[in-house]
Ligand binder design. Structure first.
Ligand code: ATP
Ligand code: MG
Length: 175
């Protein structure tokens, strides 16, 4: 069983993953997996990102499709075949602050915040044939978010269905 932990860069996937690992769950860092398996393709200079062939990535994950649970974390984890996707969300101002702290340029901050406001990753994940849930990391600790993940695993999913998180009130500020 494979569960994707996805979301716009800066929404807290890696922080949550560290907490899940601490609790004994198996978590695969997808960026690391992509590098180790030579799956990086050409660089998109304009966007300062690398391309990845999703079909090759999907095949490379076959060994993790066992009955045991593996979380795969990364902002393209929802693009491969999974049993569920958990989309981390973050309110625009807090996300911008987190990305600025990383030294991202204003352009890169805006690009990511705009994608978050437009629900880009949530929409992409929802197009696949798997249940999708969303968790807001804006004012919630990794420990508390991990508790919510275990709640989802226990089948208490109603609260986390997409639709409750809406950043469109921030549209004018960021577009
Ligand atoms: N639950 C949280 N509460 C407060 N701050 C958080 C939380 N999760 C992450 N952060 C902060 O946000 C920043 C980004 O977190 P993190 O690296 O986990 O994001 P990410 O989703 O893994 O990003 P990327 O896709 O670029 O790897 C970190 O600097 C961290 O301090
Ligand atoms: Mg990360």
């Amino acid at each position: 069983m494979m569960i994707a932990i996805t979301g716009t860069p800066g929404t807290g996937k890696t922080h949550l993953s560290k907490e899940l690992t601490k609790r004994g769950y198996k978590v695969l860092d997808l960026n690391d997996h992509i590098r180790r398996n030579g799956l990086l393709e050409d660089k998109d200079e304009e966007r300062d990102t690398y391309c990845v062939d999703v079909d090759s990535l999907d095949i490379s994950l076959d060994e993790h499709r066992t009955k045991d649970l593996t979380f795969i974390e990364g902002h393209i984890s929802h693009c491969v075949s999974c049993d569920m996707a958990i989309v981390l969300r973050c309110s625009p101002d807090i996300l911008a602050e987190r990305l600025k702290c990383r030294g991202y340029s204003d352009g890169k901050v805006a690009e990511n915040v705009q994608a978050e406001i437009l629900d880009v990753i949530l929409c992409e994940a929802s197009e696949a044939d798997m249940p999708v849930y969303e968790l807001d990391s804006s004012d919630d600790s990794p420990e508390s978010i991990a508790d919510k993940v275990t709640d989802i695993l226990a089948g208490n999913t109603d609260k986390y269905r997409p639709g409750n998180i809406d950043w469109t009130g921030e549209l004018e500020k960021w577009f």
